[in-house]
Design a protein around this ligand. Structure first.
Ligand code: HEC
Ligand code: HEC
Length: 437
């Protein structure tokens, strides 16, 4: 009796694992070895540390950064926070073709999921760290329209922010010292008579450096928070786990249609040439000839110039590690003619939530994006005779287009955890959760 039970248990175990393995073999056989290797490389690991930000893992810095991310008081009109455009409920973007802050802007809002994996930030790569990126929208006249002096006064005058800031970065200037600083101001060197520039120019060099240091610290806190915006449990991630372990449930996490889409994406359709690795992006810049109505956009060409000139870049005085090793990529950055018209390959994680698409928001649906790659009809002309020639019309049939879209949809992550939402919203959510208990 006892013995037969053991045998029965063994038989069940064997069936489960044998079935698992043969199911796995069948699924694996859909892909070539190379496609499989590319698929396995999409498994997400923690982002590399950023040596230029010493406060990344600091819990108080994360708390301060979270508050600042959702704080409309950083803006010139008191109405725009980072989250106005990077809304966690909409895949950390805004659903608009072009972003609208204090005014209408010229670009589509990128998503922030797993954003710390990037090595360059913005569509044109004009920032080389998350913290230096965060400073730009605060001061951009169309985005938040705020200023570094306004940021300093906000940090010092809000008791909660001041306390958190003090714990992480040390004391803010006392009231007597702060009185010497105008309420508002930022460098606007191209407009000497601009009120912000006049206020900025009224400060001594030492005062300007102190304000810059506090401003860069605000950026470092925001970056510490943004680094927590991660996800890994998409249906596709489960499928990739299944390929590795043979687990039948994981292998069934995506449909047969999405599997065929993955085979195309990592194989014949050659999407992986640019969309590779854990972000489904090479994190570099290309020209995919997105249709446009106006002139050639400079893209990466201008981005490199702006980055090299940025006093907040990784080699600048506000970086926590200015060494050669911390800034290898920045030091080796060279601008070539190819860079004109190039934009950063976006991550495709969560892409089903982040319509419309491309740096200009030119396409409203994933179907339209796939149609573009399939026919290149209406594609912008080559920027110059040396332009990248990787894209060729794929002439996909209807079934293949549906497969690619099904694959892209399998990259959708669960909604963000309450710890990433606005402090007040998270509180409301947990009250509702408790109430339901
Ligand atoms: C008015 C809407 C708006 C506001 C407000 C805004 N952003 Fe953005 N964000 C954008 C747009 C548009 C871009 C792309 C701009 C470009 O590349 O030229 C962008 C780019 C980014 C990127 C780069 C992502 C990448 O993959 O390269 C990050 C990170 C980011 N924003 C974080 C922030 C933070 C932090 C704040 C608040 C301090 C903020 N944004 C405020 C619209 C906004
Ligand atoms: C030559 C490099 C390259 C190849 C090959 C490529 N892409 Fe892209 N992809 C990009 C770049 C760069 C962008 C952003 C372009 C822009 O905004 O101007 C992009 C944008 C996208 C977007 C929009 C994402 C968003 O958030 O806006 C999707 C979806 C996409 N690609 C899917 C694919 C698929 C599917 C394939 C294969 C059929 C493919 N790509 C092939 C480089 C490439």
């Amino acid at each position: 009796m006892k013995r037969s039970r053991v045998l029965l248990a063994l038989a069940v175990l064997c069936t489960a694992s044998c079935f698992g393995n043969s199911a796995a073999e069948e699924v694996r056989a859909q892909f070539t070895e190379r496609e499989l290797a590319r698929i396995l490389r999409t498994a997400l690991v923690a982002p590399m540390p950023d040596p230029t930000n010493a406060f990344e893992g600091n819990a108080d810095a994360i708390d301060l950064g979270r508050r600042l991310f959702y704080d409309q008081r950083l803006s010139g009109n008191g109405e725009v926070s980072c989250a106005s455009c990077h809304d966690p409920a909409q895949g950390w973007t805004d659903g608009r073709q072009k972003a609208v802050g204090v005014n209408e802007t010229g670009a589509h809002t990128p998503a922030l999921t797993n954003v710390a994996h990037n090595r360059w930030f913005f569509w044109d790569g004009r920032a080389d760290s998350l913290w230096s990126q965060a400073l730009q929208p605060i001061e951009h006249p169309d985005e938040q329209g705020g200023s570094r002096l306004q940021t300093l006064h906000l940090l010092a005058e809000d008791p909660d922010l001041a306390e958190l800031y003090g714990r992480v970065f040390g004391e803010l200037p006392q009231e007597e010292v702060r009185e010497a600083y105008p309420r508002n101001g930022r460098p606007v060197p191209e407009e000497p008579e601009h009120a912000h520039q006049l206020a900025w120019a009224s400060l001594s060099e030492q005062q300007q450096q102190e304000v810059n240091l506090i401003f860069s610290n605000a950026g470092k806190a925001i970056a510490a928070f943004e680094r927590c915006i991660t996800t890994n449990s998409t249906a596709f991630d489960r499928f990739v786990d299944g390929l590795r372990t043979g687990d039948a449930d994981d292998l069934a996490a995506i449909s047969a249609e999405a599997r065929s889409g993955a085979a195309l994406f990592f194989g014949e359709a050659r999407c992986h040439l640019c969309h590779s690795g854990q972000m489904l992006s090479d994190l570099e810049f290309h020209d995919v000839r997105v249709p446009r109505s106006g002139d050639v956009e400079p893209g990466r060409w201008d981005g490199i110039a702006a980055l090299v000139a940025d006093p907040f870049n990784g080699a600048g005085v506000y970086s926590d590690d200015k060494s050669q090793s911390a800034n290898v990529e920045l030091r080796h950055l060279r601008r070539t003619r190819h860079n004109a018209g190039e934009f950063k390959t976006p991550s495709l994680r969560d892409v089903s939530r982040t319509a419309p698409y491309m740096h200009s928001g030119a396409f409203s649906t994933l179907e339209e994006v796939v149609e573009h790659y399939s026919t290149l009809e209406g594609a912008a002309p080559f920027t110059h005779e040396d332009s990248e020639r990787v894209l060729i019309p794929l002439n996909l049939d209807q079934a293949e287009k549906r497969q690619l879209v099904a694959f892209l949809r399998s990259l959708t992550a669960p909604l963000p955890a309450p710890s990433l939402l606005a402090p007040a919203a998270a509180l409301k959510q947990s009250v509702v959760a408790n109430h339901n208990l």
